[in-house]
Write a protein that binds this ligand. Sequence first.
Ligand code: UDP
Length: 313
Amino acid sequence: MLKKILITGAAGFLGSHLCDRFIKEGYKVIGMDNLLTGNIDNIAHLFPLKEFEYYHHDVSKFVHVPGQLDYILHFASPASPIDYLKMPIQTLKVGSLGTHNLLGLAKQKQARILIASTSEVYGDPLEHPQKETYWGNVNPVGPRGVYDEAKRFQEAITMAYHTYHKLEVRIVRIFNTYGPRMRVDDGRVIPAFFSQAIRGEELTIFGDGSQTRSFCYVDDQVEGIFRLLHSNYSQPVNIGNPIEISIGDFAEEVLAMVGNPEAGIKYVDLPIDDPKQRQPDITLAKEILDWEPQVERSDGMARVFEYFKTVVK
Ligand code: UDP
């Protein structure tokens, strides 16, 4: 019998790539989404397959899946700062009530569950690079708190189910990841800069551009998640690319790659609580998963540029 996996947030950027990967690996995949920020086009190519089923559902309500279930990947949540600022209550609910429902389902089915956590649990980090042992610097009542605290609660309740119910759990802390199927208007820096550069607009650098991020190509991220699910490690693991760049330098890279002479740069206000630096320490992932990123930024950027050329109007 084929192994069966439920993937929530299946129509989202990461969720849809995970659906593809698990189908390719010979699993039966149930993709669940409420399309709040997901896009059905991301999984439309899977609909003809008998190994794929789609359930339109909001996981913050009771989740029912008939029959056997071996694995759950919980990837449903608004994930870009402008999305979770627009939808603060839904963001809190999917991370808290949604996670609770899926943990309950995992317990009932005796399934292993992997939850998508985030580098945002480290907040505006005072330790650099960030190791899994760092507890973070989060403003609970700031605008980003709705996402950061939902994900922190998600980790806490997941560990509680592991400790008290002996549930098999995996926790991935995802650092900035990019690739095809990112929503053009999701407000994150990569879709924003590419769409502005392609349209010949000014790239909007928030603040003075000295803040840093470390960008991981989606194929590397999916490989890390796949390995973590099949590992025997139940504590959080960072998955991300440790190569760090300032947002100002990154804007220059995008301008050079797109090569549109009409594009330029403008500086706008830095959002409240925007982390000043972010870089994963991936020592743990290397040790326990034998994983490290394979795709260089120049290569990943070239691939995502091809995608943005087809979707930016
Ligand atoms: N950013 C920017 N211009 C934009 C969008 C984002 O300068 O149009 C900056 C943002 O302030 C942050 C970084 O790029 O420092 C990454 O932002 P993103 O929204 O992609 O994700 P975050 O890492 O903050 O969750």
